[in-house]
Design a protein around this ligand. Structure first.
Ligand SMILES: [Ca+2]
Ligand SMILES: [Ca+2]
Ligand SMILES: [Ca+2]
Length: 145
């Protein structure tokens, strides 16, 4: 890990157990590549089988202001790619305004951003369901005794 850098977001990748998505709190240089604090870095085996860092998603290329720092991340699915993210400050992407306590969903296929959790609302979860959202855990029958 680069000196002085802290990991501020990490997510396992569904279906790809050898890979992790990461973000750091400062700009870092890894494997000769520079990653900004808002970038999503992919860590996992390359073609030669060696683990390496690569660009997962350059968020400044999909509308996120470079002044922001990605500070929470979860990848819901790979194909199609749905990501949940939070940032360290307020901003606007497309027609979505957000604050640091909010969670945004990014649909990589549609290149679409959506506010899925407004942290300033009182409700525990302001999540809106998307399609048939995976609710297996919520609906699974409790273990019979
Ligand atoms: Ca930044
Ligand atoms: Ca970050
Ligand atoms: Ca945040």
């Amino acid at each position: 890990m680069p000196e002085g850098a802290n990991l501020d977001a990490v997510s396992a990748v569904p279906g790809l157990p050898d890979f992790l998505l990461l973000s750091f709190d400062i700009t870092v240089k890894l494997d000769g590549q520079v990653f900004a604090d808002e970038d999503i870095i992919m860590f996992g085996p390359g073609a030669d089988g060696q683990n390496k860092f690569g660009m997962g998603l350059d968020l400044s290329q999909v509308g996120i202001d470079e002044s922001l720092d990605l500070d929470a991340l979860h990848i819901e699915s790979v194909a199609p790619t749905f990501l949940y993210m939070s940032f360290d400050g307020s901003g606007r992407v497309g027609n979505v305004s957000f604050d640091d306590e909010d969670v945004l969903e990014f649909d990589n296929e549609q290149q679409a951003w959506r506010l899925v959790y407004d942290g300033s609302e009182r409700s525990l979860c302001g999540c809106r369901t998307r399609r048939a959202a995976p609710t297996a855990a919520a609906t699974a029958p409790r273990s019979a005794r």
